[in-house]
Structure formats: structure tokens, C-alpha cells
Design a protein around this ligand. Structure first.
Ligand SMILES: CN(C)C(=N)NCCC[C@H](N)C(=O)O
Length: 255
């Protein structure tokens, strides 16, 4: 199996102050969050991935959601420009870390905004959510970087949730999965499967038909088992309280 690396970032002591947009604030248990983060990392390591830690950024409560700092395509890392001002400082050290992993770097610049959580890659098709943290200028800049590498960048509306990947991700065969009440336009995707729970729409592909997913989506896990996949379950309840999901906690650097 090709080595797969992931960038991860430890939770800030100020995690509980993380941004929320579409849900109500409830108390976050920091100690539990740190344990859950370690279990998430352990789950990646258990399937043979190498986890590379981006230095923690304690002054940024949302720093643990490292996925939002960049979009990786081929040998290029496009460093994001966060749609939320508070999150802009997170990108600098993430850029240093991905550069150290051998990636070329390009940057989204003002007035563009783009969060990595808004970008869903399926082969050479790159769906980008427009409507929340990512603006049209950010999408146009991303297209400018990725089109020469063979990507087709397609903007899709996102209004009901924080990021595109809050609404949909994809199975290994490219089928887009989403929880219908939260997907703006299922018809935007070539193949689409409805799942029975919100968190069931979030998977990280671990290789060999394994899907990393949250403990909060047991019915969706059963659905995926019935389709021949192998769910690997992690409890990320403390991150879900801040509109996080399994994808947000890492940047996957596939070989
Ligand atoms: C796919 N998703 C959801 C992400 N990549 N990021 C979640 C960021 C959550 C953070 N509290 C915020 O509001 O920015």
C-alpha cells in the first residue's frame, strides 16, 4: 500500500470558544476533546498512515480543524484564505508544514476567501461550495491553480451548513453521500446517495474500502456495511459541537 500521510493539529486550550454558525453553543469538554483527537490520530496510524503534526496554535480556538487551511491537488498545496477573519492566522504554520512534506505552494489572495472544508475532490473533479466561507473570487483563483493540473473545478451552492463537506463527501467509487435536508442541490452531483443521518454524510477514505466516520451516525454505518464498506468509527462529539466532522481534523496527503 502506498504510504499516506496526514497533517493534523492538536486542539487549542481555547477550543470551546470555536466558531459556530448554524447550531447553538453547548459546553465543550476540553479533556474529552483532547482524548478524542488522539483516538482520531490513532485510527489513522492504525491503518498505516503517518500523521504529521502542524505546530499547535493556541490562540486560534478552531486551529484543530486543519483541513480548512489548504487544498492539496497533485504536488500542489493551495493555501486557503479563511472566510472567517479569526481563522486567518492558522494558515502560516500549515504552509510551513506542507512545504516540508515536499509540496509546491500557491496562495488564495484578497479579495478571495476559501476554506478547505468547502472543497470536495473526486478524482479530477473538484466541487467547491459557494455561499458560506468561500467566495466566487476564491473559487476562480482555485480554478486558476488547479485547471492546468487537469482538474475541473465546479462551484455548487452551500447555504444550509457551514462547508460543502458539512453537507456531502464521497464514497470510494465517487458516489456523493449527503443527508438530504442539508444538501442544497443533490442534482449538482453525477451520482448521489442519501444517508439517514447528518454525520453519515462525512467519511474519510482510509483505503481498502475502509471509511473513517463518526460514532454519531450508526444507521449510516450500517448502510455502508450493506454496500460492502468497512466503517472505522471514532467518537468526535466535542468537535461536532463546533460544527466539525471527521474530514476537518486532517489534511490527507496521498502519495
Ligand atoms: C468540513 N468542515 C465542517 C470543516 N472543514 N471545518 C469545520 C470548522 C468548524 C469551525 N468551528 C468553524 O466554524 O470554522
Amino acid at each position: 500500500m502506498a504510504t499516506t500521510r496526514a497533517l493534523v493539529r492538536r486542539p487549542s486550550p481555547r477550543l470551546a470558544e470555536g466558531l459556530i454558525t448554524h447550531i447553538d453553543r453547548v459546553p465543550v469538554d476540553l479533556d474529552l476533546a483532547v482524548r478524542q483527537w488522539q483516538e482520531y490520530v490513532d485510527a489513522l496510524v492504525a491503518v498505516g498512515w503517518e500523521c504529521v503534526e502542524v505546530p499547535a496554535i493556541d490562540d486560534c480556538p478552531d486551529g484543530v480543524f486543519v483541513e480548512d487551511t489548504m487544498v492539496v491537488f497533485g504536488d500542489l498545496a493551495v493555501i486557503a484564505r479563511a472566510g472567517a477573519d479569526e481563522r486567518r492566522p492558522e494558515a502560516a504554520e500549515a504552509e510551513v508544514s506542507v512545504t516540508a512534506q515536499g509540496y509546491r505552494v500557491a496562495r488564495i489572495t484578497e479579495p478571495g476567501t476559501l476554506d478547505g472544508g468547502d472543497v470536495l475532490k473526486i478524482g479530477s473533479t473538484v466541487y467547491v461550495g459557494l455561499g458560506g466561507r468561500t467566495n466566487q473570487e476564491g473559487i476562480d483563483q482555485l480554478r486558476g491553480f488547479l485547471q492546468p493540473l487537469g482538474a475541473e473545478v465546479i462551484a455548487v451552492p452551500v447555504h444550509k451548513v457551514l462547508h460543502l463537506k458539512s453537507a456531502v463527501t464521497a464514497l470510494p467509487d465517487g458516489t456523493v453521500i449527503g443527508y438530504e435536508p442539508l444538501v442544497d442541490d443533490p442534482a449538482a452531483f453525477a451520482t448521489y446517495l442519501a444517508v439517514p443521518e447528518e454525520a453519515g454524510s462525512h467519511v474519510v477514505l482510509l483505503g481498502e474500502n475502509r471509511l473513517l466516520m463518526a460514532a454519531s451516525a450508526p444507521k449510516s454505518a450500517d448502510l455502508f456495511r450493506s454496500l460492502g464498506y468497512h466503517p472505522v468509527i471514532v467518537d468526535i462529539s466535542e468537535f461536532e459541537k463546533l460544527e466539525g466532522c471527521v474530514t476537518c481534523l486532517s489534511v490527507r496527503l496521498r502519495a
